[in-house]
Design a protein around this ligand. Structure first.
Ligand SMILES: [Ca+2]
Ligand SMILES: [Ca+2]
Ligand SMILES: [Ca+2]
Length: 364
């Protein structure tokens, strides 16, 4: 029992010393650290203690390069023509050294599986990078700093990078653009300076007294194991209105038949109905306006005016809506090749909805 107590006491002392002296890095002892280990001997001759001896050994800790890049939890919703569309990625440096990381982004090829279950259908353009300077996980123009590489990422530290790109105007609702961000580990070098390329020494002899580099990274989305790189997918998904524009006409009256089975003869009144429909799943419209230059064969019937935001049932344009006034509707005088232009501003149309603009003309 006495011996057991003694050993427990020694073990406790060692553990406490280790907790107090070691840096709290999950990554282990930092690269470049010199571990000095000293051994002592003592001995006696004829029960007389003699002068002992001491021997020391120094081991310089090598650099273990291991890190990951993680894409955002969900896709980035974008609008066709959006010039600042950002996707967030997080880099975690689990190496035992402060490192810089070069950044590069590639579009996935059409048909490739994107990050969040979709299939790549278009490319975004003009990749630039920003670091989440204020740490809120959101790209804040003017606050989050533009970067070309990640500088001085300490061990056990993660950084959020925003990949900012432009969306082509031709992209359509639900289309997905997949991208892959690749980070390449580099020497830390000085702060504000991109460090030199790291040379992997896996497979070569240990050189005591120098800091050698061992690539310990896993394979990411498109990179290999132990290549000093890590990549992750991200994607952008378009959310836009899916509009159908239709134009219907009906004869209201003619000079011979009146309103009973009227025909489209000269002098007849014709009603035009312009229908804007937004398909199910489409984004709501904003700032929706209609412009209709009249052909020279018809004359705008100002006494009827312009009816806005009417309903549409099946294939029928209903005789409803409200009279347009002021900036909501206008009839502009004729320009070259037309007989005036009918303009109207319509309410926003949500997914699955429709709205109309009606007006009347007489046939010349
Ligand atoms: Ca931010
Ligand atoms: Ca640096
Ligand atoms: Ca890798």
């Amino acid at each position: 029992m006495k011996h057991a107590s003694k050993w427990l006491g020694v073990a406790s002392t060692v553990v406490l010393a280790a907790l107090g002296a070691s840096p709290a890095y999950a990554t282990g002892t930092l690269a470049g650290t010199t571990i000095t280990n000293t051994a002592n001997i003592s001995y006696s001759v004829n029960s007389i203690a003699q002068t002992g001896a001491t021997a020391s050994n120094a081991v310089v800790v090598d650099r273990k390069v291991i890190f990951t890049v993680t894409g955002a939890a969900s896709t980035t919703t974008v609008t066709p023509g959006q010039t600042v569309a950002y996707d967030a990625f997080t880099l975690l440096n689990s190496s035992n050294d402060t490192l810089d990381f070069a950044l590069s982004t590639a579009n996935q090829t059409t048909g490739a599986s994107a990050a969040h279950g979709g299939t790549d259908a278009f490319d975004v353009t003009g990749f630039t990078y920003y670091i989440d300077t204020n740490g809120n996980g959101v790209y804040d123009p003017g606050t989050d700093q533009a970067i070309t590489y990640l500088d001085e990422v300490a061990p056990d530290t993660s950084k959020t990078v925003f990949v900012v790109a432009s969306v082509p105007l031709a992209a359509t609702n639900t289309q997905v653009a997949g991208v892959v961000l690749t980070a390449t580990a580099q020497m830390g070098g000085a702060s504000g300076t991109e460090g030199a390329t790291l040379t992997n020494t896996n497979g070569t002899a240990w050189t005591p007294g120098t800091v050698q580099t061992v690539f310990a990274d896993a394979a990411g989305a498109t990179d290999a194991q132990y290549d000093g790189k890590y990549s992750a997918k991200g994607d952008y998904t378009v959310y836009a209105p899916v509009l159908t524009l239709s134009k219907l006409s009906t004869v209201i009256s003619d000079p011979i038949n009146g309103t009973s089975n009227p025909k489209a003869i000269p002098g007849a009144t014709v009603e035009y109905c312009i229908v804007v429909q937004n398909a199910t799943g489409g984004a709501p419209t904003t700032a929706l306006s209609v412009s209709d230059p009249l052909p020279t064969q018809v004359t705008y019937l100002s006494s009827y005016g312009i009816m806005l935001n009417g309903t549409y049932t099946g294939t029928t344009c209903n005789s409803d809506g409200t009279a347009g006034t002021g900036s909501n509707s206008s009839f502009a005088s004729a320009t070259t090749g037309n007989n005036g232009t009918v303009n109207g501003t319509l309410n926003n149309v949500s997914a699955g909805g429709a709205t109309t603009m009606r007006f009347r003309v007489t046939i010349n």
